[in-house]
Design a protein around this ligand. Structure first.
Ligand code: MF3
Ligand code: CO
Ligand code: CO
Length: 291
């Protein structure tokens, strides 16, 4: 790793002298490294200008999910939700990052009931009383990316559906609340999420995870929603990433749609829920950017 002198310009790109910028940060990380922690590389650390840009993208992203909430009606199709988003994005000078991402054909993902994620908006998917649906949107605003998703329910839903939605949100909230900058590791988040899901009789999807975000849609690090044996990164100021647990009512296993190669279902066709936030870590707090 390159070392910096006091009067060098800082590596973060802010055009400030190293001694007035990330010097103390680097010293602190070096201490943590000696204690045995895995330290995130500098490319995972955003500067305050970048964070300001991602913050603006996050406000629009969250506004779009609010806008959907106001306009959701029984008998609506997921294609209509996609069209609402196209309109909203245009009015807000933003663009869908999902559109054409690895060939993805729509502007958001709409995952209903047994769909775990990446449900493709369609004229043939109709929302009926009792359905639950996740809308996931990644957008770009002036070059900065934000990514968030929510659950919506159509009319009255079953007891277990509402428990699944609640517990999944709690998994996300508890993970965010647990973050103490310079103390918590990504593995701690996985432990909390899986622990809370399992205690409630649910399971955690393993195949998809949270991720760094901001200058593109998917950046390092991977943010797993279950713990692993390997060392994982220490969570430190300047990191911007999503947490987006997918929690299943039944077993954790999934199946990819053999026709569209996007839609992911639960293997047992029981319900699945997901919530996602983009967060930024500060010196002694965590800020939810998609709020
Ligand atoms: N929003 C998703 C995520 O949370 C990714 C979208 S995949 C796409 O990472 F194909 F829709 F773009
Ligand atoms: Co995401
Ligand atoms: Co997303």
């Amino acid at each position: 790793m390159k070392t910096y002198n006091d009067n060098d310009l800082c590596w973060c790109g802010l055009n400030k002298l190293y001694k007035d910028c990330h010097k103390d940060f680097d010293l602190k990380l070096e201490e943590k490294r000696k204690m045995g922690y895995l330290i995130p590389p500098r490319r995972m650390i955003k500067n305050s200008l970048q964070i300001e840009g991602i913050r603006k993208a996050g406000i629009i992203n969250n506004g779009m999910l609010d806008y959907i909430e106001k306009n959701l009606r029984p008998r609506m199709t997921t294609e209509e939700i996609d069209r609402l988003c196209v309109k909203y994005l245009k009015e807000n000078d933003a663009e869908s990052a999902d559109f054409h991402y690895q060939g993805y054909p729509k502007h958001i993902c709409t995952s209903k009931n047994e769909v775990v994620c990446h449900g493709v908006p369609s004229d043939y998917v109709i929302l009926n009383e009792g359905d639950i649906i996740n809308v996931d949107a990644t957008l770009v605003y002036k070059g900065y990316y934000a990514d968030a998703s929510r659950m919506y329910s159509i009319g009255n839903i079953s007891k277990n559906a509402s428990k699944l939605i609640r517990v999944t949100k709690e998994c996300l909230d508890k993970a965010i609340e647990a973050i103490v900058p310079y103390e918590t590791t990504l593995n701690d988040l996985g432990k909390i999420i899986e622990g809370h899901a399992k205690r409630n009789g649910f399971s955690v999807v393993h195949e998809y995870c949270g991720h760094g975000v901001g200058l593109s849609m998917h950046e390092d690090p991977l943010v797993l929603h279950y713990p692993i044996k390997d060392k994982t990164y220490l969570i430190v100021p300047g990191m911007v990433f999503t947490i987006e647990p997918m929690i299943n009512e039944g077993e954790r296993f999934i199946e990819l749609d053999y026709k569209d190669h996007w839609t992911v279902y639960t293997k047992d066709r029981k319900l699945s829920a997901q919530w996602e936030h983009t967060i930024v870590v500060h010196e002694d707090s965590v800020e939810i950017l998609s709020k």
